[in-house]
Design a protein around this ligand. Structure first.
Ligand code: PGA
Length: 253
């Protein structure tokens, strides 16, 4: 059985007090018995990590993620945060290759690959984002693009390391737009991703990798999306900023 995962991506939102209020509400609501088998992740701004980690305390189903990290071990990279710094704070996962980073910070396949490797080396779980822009889908090139994103940044990992990765399929046209991929579109791409993994690694690895859907997931659409056989949960932006809404999504499996 693959894990069921609800991962909130807070992006550059909340000052510390607001973030701690949100985190403590999520941690409190996550104690609900119906969520004991669900993995809840909060991907918070760097400045919140240490305090949110304390708020999570010994909750067994709530985890903390960073939204990025630098690909080098350490050195003269003013303003950057290393994987070792995150590991040292007890970070569980790191979101990598988010489309906003690919777009605004020109992150390359090689850069995301290096980040994935350094995150794994520091015993954290990469949440690897992939997904196409609208124009790519309209050209019917979305499968090839996602395959290229996966193979350029992930497929050189050995099977043991690759099996630790979480994948998030986030069609760029659905992020923050209110337009969600249909269940069919999500399932079709998730199935394609799993199939691509099976071809590059093995059926058993393909079956165990969680593949999340991201892009305007809300309490109202989570249940149908999460009922797709290859959708193992969501990476949730806007709707994760409300504890009740986020927890409602986490209860949608
Ligand atoms: P959204 O963002 O849920 O606000 O569309 C998803 C994401 O960017 O991870």
């Amino acid at each position: 059985m693959r894990k069921k995962i609800a991962a909130g991506n807070w992006k550059m939102n909340t000052i510390l007090d607001e973030g701690l209020k949100l985190a403590s509400e999520v941690v409190h609501m996550a104690k609900d018995k119906s969520l004991s088998e669900t993995t809840i992740i909060m991907s918070v701004p760097y400045t919140h990590i240490e305090s949110v980690k304390k708020t999570i305390g010994n909750a067994t189903n709530v985890f903390i993620a960073a939204q990025n990290c630098h690909q080098e071990l350490s050195g003269a990279y003013t303003g950057e945060i290393s994987a070792a710094m995150l590991q040292n704070l007890g970070v569980d996962c790191v979101v990598l290759g988010h489309s906003e980073r690919r777009e605004y910070y020109k992150e390359t396949y090689a850069g995301v690959k290096a980040k994935t490797q350094i995150v794994l080396k520091h015993q954290m779980t990469p949440i690897f984002c992939c997904g196409e822009k609208l124009a790519t889908r309209e050209e019917n090139a979305h499968f090839n693009l996602v395959k290229e994103q996966l193979s350029s940044s992930l497929f050189e990992l050995d099977a043991v390391e690759f099996a630790k990765v979480i994948i998030a399929y986030e069609p760029v046209w659905a992020i923050g737009t209110g337009v969600t991929a249909s269940d069919e579109q999500a399932q079709e791409m998730h199935h394609f991703i799993r199939d691509t993994i099976a071809k590059n690694y093995s059926d058993s690895i393909a079956k165990q990798i969680p593949i999340l859907y991201g892009g305007s997931v809300k309490p109202a659409n989570a249940q149908t999306l999460f009922s797709c056989p290859d959708v193992d949960g969501g990476l949730i932006g806007g709707a994760s900023m409300d504890a009740q809404g986020f927890i409602d999504i986490a209860k949608s499996f």
